[in-house]
Write a protein that binds this ligand. Structure first.
Ligand SMILES: Nc1ncnc2c1ncn2[C@@H]1O[C@H](COP(=O)(O)OP(=O)(O)OP(=O)(O)O)[C@@H](O)[C@H]1O
Ligand SMILES: [Mg+2]
Length: 229
């Protein structure tokens, strides 16, 4: 597929050596077209977070190819990769990773400011993004003044702000009640319907049901892929 937003070929990732060798990924192929939401499921330790980190250029594969919007990122310089990541990839980490010294709206506006958007405009877009997820009232609070679920939603707003081509979400619904979780999925689904591609790690079938496809990982291998019912 030439028009893939994400194209992984024969990707492996090994940690350590000898007896301590861990094969986190053992040859994964995955292509994501614009508009596609793909769920990644599998037991703890099966390589889901490793897959997302490699897809977003936060970790390098031991072997294999990773193309982001047509550009091979394996072997790219750290500076070029950081620029590509900033403009193209939105990331929701398993542990949120909000900047503790920035307020909610400053966290959401950060990727825009890093892209060179002026702070007034970035703040306005940040407030709009928070409004969309029903969190305008926490805009000026710091992460340690928010609940876990609020922090998670702020992280999602940050991943979706601006023109993201690829959204990577590692269990973004973990700390959320069902209603808020479903709401987060509608946000991801909307981003994909607007042309982005997204990878969503989830343990819950009801969230995976929003995806176009489900990829099952086990021991670093793709067990099967199926269309969602
Ligand atoms: N830095 C590291 N050094 C050594 N082993 C690692 C490292 N990072 C990950 N691993 C190992 O790689 C494997 C895959 O880890 P990964 O975090 O991708 O799993 P996961 O599917 O996201 O699990 P979970 O559902 O618990 O988040 C695990 O066996 C893990 O222990
Ligand atoms: Mg994980």
């Amino acid at each position: 597929m030439t028009d893939s937003i994400l194209d992984l070929r024969a990707v492996t990732r090994e940690h350590g050596t000898g007896d301590a060798l861990v094969q986190a990924l053992r040859g994964v192929d995955l292509q994501l077209a614009p508009g596609e939401l793909v769920a990644v499921m599998g037991p703890s330790g099966s390589g889901k977070s490793t897959l997302l980190n490699i897809a977003g250029g936060l970790d390098a594969p031991t072997s294999g190819s990773v193309r982001l919007a047509g550009t091979e990122i394996v072997g790219m310089s750290a500076t070029a990769l950081a620029a590509l990541r900033r403009t193209s990839v939105g990331y929701v980490f398993q542990d949120y990773n909000l900047v503790p010294t920035l307020s909610a709206v400053e966290n959401v506006a950060l990727p825009l400011e890093l892209d060179g958007v002026g702070w007034r405009d970035a703040r306005r877009q940040g407030l709009e993004a928070l409004d969309r997820i029903g969190l305008l009232e926490v805009a000026d609070r710091f992460p340690d003044e928010m609940s876990g679920g609020q922090r998670q939603r702020v992280a999602i707003a940050r991943a979706l702000v601006g023109p993201r081509q690829l959204v990577l979400a590692d269990e973004p619904t973990g700390a959320l009640d069902t209603t808020t979780g479903e709401f987060v999925l509608t946000q991801l689904r909307d981003a994909c319907d607007a042309g982005a591609a997204a990878l969503l790690v989830t343990h819950e079938a009801r969230y995976a049901a929003w995806a176009d496809r489900i990829v099952y990982l086990q021991d670093g291998l793709e067990l099967a892929t199926q269309g969602a019912v």
